[in-house]
Ligand binder design. Structure first.
Ligand SMILES: [Zn+2]
Length: 286
């Protein structure tokens, strides 16, 4: 499906930061866009538009500080986990540099705080869900080496995290390495060799479809099954772009609303403005 001229790949960290930089500058400058969405987000009415350049610079420096303190991750894994996800994944999966014993299959990233007293760092608004596919570590499934039939043992997290295309976002997947002491061969828990050894209920929990370079969730493929007229791969690509763009704009809009809110007290005098601001920062006050 992929060609040399047209590469479909997961968004890299450099592209992510580039998009974030454009978003942070673009939204405050184009006040027209903000006002056209007042039906849903009324923040443009009550807060003055801040100077965009210092705001963007501040947010970028905050992101850099957060990325410099990512918590402990295996060194090779850190190169494939986006910077904004490193800190919470490190805390959720590792303790004293060892995988926690009480891991779960799915993790949702921490939500942004309800109230910010300072301009928030942007990374909390662009995090990803996480699939921890470690059948041996999670459920102590007995897995055997296809060559010698001896039992495989856990060898820790695999060095590469995968970005999996979902219908409206990407999620991350971290797998484990399984080791055969007799053959001295390592297997990845997401490989067909391992998946084929799982019972059906456990196997069904694994929703990504993998190729050498790419990964997408089964939900993306299911949406192609309806072979009615016009339901083509091109249409699916357009729909995915639409869904992903909408989710990206939503995250950027929420971040922008919090950013405009901090340091800009509500312009209306109302005795219940504090409660209102806490409950709904997007409304811009009372
Ligand atoms: Zn073996």
């Amino acid at each position: 499906m992929a060609s040399k001229d047209k590469k479909h790949r997961a968004m890299g960290d450099e592209e992510w930061m580039s998009r974030l930089r454009r978003t942070l500058v673009w939204i405050p400058l184009h006040h027209t866009w903000a006002t056209t969405t007042q039906a849903n987000f009324d923040f443009g009415l009550t807060h003055p538009t801040p100077d965009a350049e210092p705001l963007a610079a501040h947010l970028m420096s905050a992101a850099a500080v957060a990325a410099s303190q990512p918590g402990w991750l295996p060194a090779k894994l850190r190169t494939t986990v986006p910077p904004q996800d490193q800190k919470w994944i490190a805390a959720a999966l590792w303790k004293n540099k060892r995988l926690r014993s009480d891991l779960m299959l799915w993790y949702n990233p921490p939500l942004p705080a309800i109230i910010y007293h300072q301009v928030p760092a942007p990374e909390r608004f662009f995090t990803h869900r996480l699939l921890v596919w470690m059948p041996y570590h999670l459920w102590k499934v007995r897995l055997s080496c296809p060559a010698c039939r001896k039992q495989l043992t856990g060898y820790g997290a695999h060095k590469r995290a995968r970005k999996v295309l979902d219908v409206d976002n990407y999620y991350l997947m971290i797998t484990e390495t399984l080791w055969c002491n007799a053959c001295k061969i390592a297997y990845i828990s997401s490989s067909k060799t391992i998946l084929d050894q799982l019972d059906m209920p456990t196997r069904m929990e694994f929703t990504p479809i993998l190729t050498q370079r790419y990964a997408c969730d089964i939900r993306v493929i299911v949406s192609l099954r309806d072979r009615t007229q016009g339901n083509s791969p091109s249409r699916l690509v357009r729909q995915l772009r639409e869904n992903h763009s909408r989710e990206w704009i939503r995250s950027g809009t929420v971040l922008n609303a919090y950013t405009l809110q901090t340091g800009n007290p509500c312009s209306l005098s109302c005795s219940r403005r504090c409660q209102s601001r806490q409950l709904s920062p997007l409304t811009g006050g009372c």
